[in-house]
Design a protein around this ligand. Structure first.
Ligand SMILES: NC(=O)c1ccc[n+]([C@@H]2O[C@H](COP(=O)([O-])OP(=O)(O)OC[C@H]3O[C@@H](n4cnc5c(N)ncnc54)[C@H](OP(=O)(O)O)[C@@H]3O)[C@@H](O)[C@H]2O)c1
Length: 332
């Protein structure tokens, strides 16, 4: 495994991290979840990403149990706050009340005294940014959170947060967690240049486009049994890529991966890691073999000709519009 700094901080994270959205507490049974976590640990992954909202808080519990007994200092545990975790008006968003209550729940479920990175899962237009950032800063002072980040914030929102932190002497955010893959490059025009200047890393999600970039979904055919596209919780999430034109082009990437001796998943993960502003690619998995496959992308260098071949295949299918980074106008 290779390691990278998280933003302009002293924290190192594994270049490939493991995330449990849609899997733990939902698509996969606890035994399979534990096997995937064990495979991640065996392969040198030290960074684990979850969120209070995943599987209605059950995902944090499963991860907490799966990591029990592992030396805490050998792990970086990331979680998030924003999406609803209950039915009340204060069970969501980035208010002082919800953040404070949510971190306590996360720490209890994860069975740890602190998380290494605490992320605002979206931007909350209904809470003053100062209130959110001051609360995060307080959690850092209390030792419950070591570093602070955001997820799917726009370049303007990240810039605003950094300005307030500098003016108020708050802890600065060190990371953003956006969607990023060969097919989804919306962070490149604005977020990456700002982040490079400001010492903020990207920890990117769905680098394999939720499984689509493995090439296992064939155009015009039923998705393979047991895959995310057949899962009641996952099928709506992956739907944006389940389009015959996309699936056809993805098949055309196979010779590129084969020429390099890489699996399609490895090519997809290696692709996001070519961007030096990316600190880590968060991969999901339903089976330990998937983790063992994906992790081999660590340290792989893709030559410019390879990147050009990929662009030649995907062409105008690549989404690049920076306005696709958006948080709900009202709290969900
Ligand atoms: N911040 C956010 O808003 C946000 C949003 C989404 C995700 N995330 C984070 O990012 C993490 C990863 O997201 P993701 O799960 O969408 O990532 P992904 O790595 O693009 O997709 C993972 C899924 O693809 C399939 N897969 C993975 N490797 C494979 C392989 N080698 N061969 C065949 N199939 C393979 C598996 O699904 P099947 O076996 O079911 O097909 C697996 O669950 C999440 O767990 C979460 O931590 C964050």
């Amino acid at each position: 495994m290779e390691f990278r700094h998280l933003g302009r901080s002293g924290l190192m994270v594994s270049e490939i991290s493991y995330g449990n959205w849609l899997t733990h507490g939902s698509q996969v049974e606890e035994d399979a979840a534990k096997q995937c976590v064990q495979a991640a640990l065996d392969e040198g992954i030290t960074t684990f990403d979850t969120a209070d909202v995943y599987a209605a808080t059950k995902a944090e519990e499963v991860l907490g149990r799966a990591l029990k007994g592992v030396r805490r200092e050998s792990l970086e545990i990331f979680t998030k706050v924003y999406w609803p975790t209950g039915s009340g008006p204060n069970d969501r968003g980035l208010s002082r009340k919800h953040i404070t209550e949510s971190i306590h729940g996360s720490l209890r479920r994860l069975q740890t005294d602190y998380v290494d990175l605490y992320q605002a899962h979206r931007f909350d237009y209904e809470t003053p940014l100062e209130e959110t950032l001051k609360t995060f800063d307080d959690l850092v002072r209390q030792g419950k959170v070591l570093y602070v980040g955001v997820s799917e914030w726009s370049a303007d929102q990240i810039a605003q947060a950094l300005k307030i932190a500098d003016e108020m002497g708050f802890d600065r955010i060190v990371s953003n967690q956006p969607q990023y893959s060969m097919l989804w490059r919306v962070i490149e025009p604005e977020i990456v240049p700002l982040s490079e200047r400001e010492g903020v890393s990207q920890i990117v999600w769905s680098p394999i486009a939720q499984g689509v970039l493995t090439g296992k979904y064939l155009p015009g055919q039923q998705p393979p049994a047991g895959s995310r596209a057949t899962d009641p919780g996952g099928s709506g999430m992956i739907a944006r890529f389940m389009d015959d034109e996309v699936l056809t082009k993805v098949q055309e990437l196979k010779p590129i991966a084969a020429d390099l001796g890489l699996s399609m998943a490895q090519l997809a993960v290696a692709w996001v890691l070519q961007n030096p502003n990316v600190a880590s690619a968060i991969v999901g998995a339903t089976r330990p073999e998937q983790v063992r496959d994906n992790v081999k992308a660590a340290g792989v260098k893709l030559e410019p000709e390879v990147l050009e071949r990929i662009d030649g295949v995907l062409g105008s299918l690549v989404e690049r519009d920076p306005s696709r980074t958006a948080s709900p106008a009202k709290r969900p």
